[in-house]
Design a protein around this ligand. Structure first.
Ligand SMILES: [Mn+2]
Length: 362
């Protein structure tokens, strides 16, 4: 990660804290710490001051002394001794800080220790909200993560046919993702076929693909710590009675296309959900679409903004990246999901994922 980006991110946070009159903010979530400092280790704490001219402090232990010196560009690095929490409490007391803010996801033990010494305040989603709008470096990684995922699927597609098991598909795909440069496979690859495809998050099993099966593959790539997430549904050829399956495929595809086409900055996240849901409801399948339309993605596979009916207050803004993934899941028949990623632009949204969405019969 470039120090330039992390510097401007920490600057945004400082401004946010200043506006809310928060003097000191202790960040414990490691994803947020990585976002703000570049630190990729497993133990770190970041103290950001909302006061002008006051430094930010990064705390870690001896194991990360060298690593933090190369990765962390934007603050003073302090190596803690023994119990890091007690060490940090001492440090803050010496700075004469009386009030301290936390992320509301802080662990209870840490919270208790701080509560004994300071006035405490919990902040919700302070950094998660800044993370929603991606910068150029992040967008570059996200695009590359998506490309790697698409290349990997293209590599294995010739092998997807009757008789191959779901597990074989997921392990071939994992192997290809690694070959494309993916260092961390973002989530367990879903390969669900036949009746099993009606479970939106089915795990891959030893079930072999059969004639006429719908096959849902949901997988993601990675680049520079940023993830992609997409889903395609295929039909295994040779079955009779595929009319219903093709019908629901077309409806889901229409919901996917309409929702992506409808995106405009300034609207609510719930408006995007409504467009996808309306297509499925109007076709009479509303009760078979039981999850929300999408989710933000970046350093985490699921992050803000959530594209759901409940999220009316969340406005869509430029450089947000999220998925559009309508689906229809009918018990005993199977399911269809078509998931793409979009990045919001000044006018509309560009689709990040580009694999064909036409129904392919394999
Ligand atoms: Mn997803």
């Amino acid at each position: 990660m470039l120090p330039e980006e992390t510097l401007s991110r920490a600057g945004k946070l400082k401004e946010w804290l200043k506006q809310r009159r928060v003097g000191a903010f202790l960040i414990t979530n490691l994803v947020n710490i990585k976002y703000l400092t570049g630190f990729s280790g497993s133990n770190g704490y970041l103290l950001v001051s909302g006061a002008a001219g006051e430094d930010n402090y990064f705390f870690t232990d001896f194991r990360y002394k060298e690593q933090s010196a190369t990765e962390v560009g934007s603050c003073d690095i302090i190596i803690t001794k023994k119990d890091p929490i007690r060490f940090i409490i001492n440090f803050i007391e010496k700075k004469k800080i009386k009030k301290i803010a936390f992320e509301d996801t802080i662990n209870y033990r840490t919270f208790e220790l701080f509560k004994k010494k300071f006035q405490v305040k919990a902040l919700r989603d302070a950094i998660e909200n800044i993370r929603m709008n991606k910068d150029t470096v992040e967008l570059r990684h996200i695009n590359r993560a998506a490309l790697r995922a698409e290349d990997a699927l293209n590599d294995i597609k010739p092998h997807i046919k009757k008789g191959v098991t779901e597990k074989a598909i997921s392990s071939m795909l994992a192997e290809r993702l690694t070959a494309k440069g993916v260092e961390k496979i973002p989530f367990e690859i879903i390969a669900a076929s036949g009746k099993r495809s009606s479970m939106p998050h089915a795990r891959a099993t030893d079930k072999a693909l059969e004639k006429g099966d719908l096959l849902i593959i949901d997988w993601g790539g990675e680049s520079g710590g940023y993830y992609s997430d997409m889903t395609r549904t295929f039909l295994i050829g040779g079955g009779n009675d595929s009319g219903k399956k093709k019908e629901i495929y077309d409806i889901v595809l229409k919901a996917n296309v309409r929702a992506r086409d409808s995106i405009k900055k300034g609207q609510s996240a719930s408006d995007v959900d409504r467009v996808a849901r309306a297509v499925i409801e109007d076709a009479g399948y509303g009760r078979y679409f039981g999850h929300s339309t999408g989710h933000g993605i970046g350093m985490e596979v699921h992050e803000r903004p959530y594209i759901s009916a409940m999220n009316r207050k969340q406005k869509i803004s430029e450089n947000m990246v999220f998925t559009i993934e309508p689906g229809i899941y009918i018990p005993d028949i199977g399911g269809v999901r078509i998931e793409d990623m979009v990045v919001v632009t000044s006018q509309s949204a560009e689709t990040v994922t580009n694999l064909s969405r036409e129904l392919e019969i394999l």
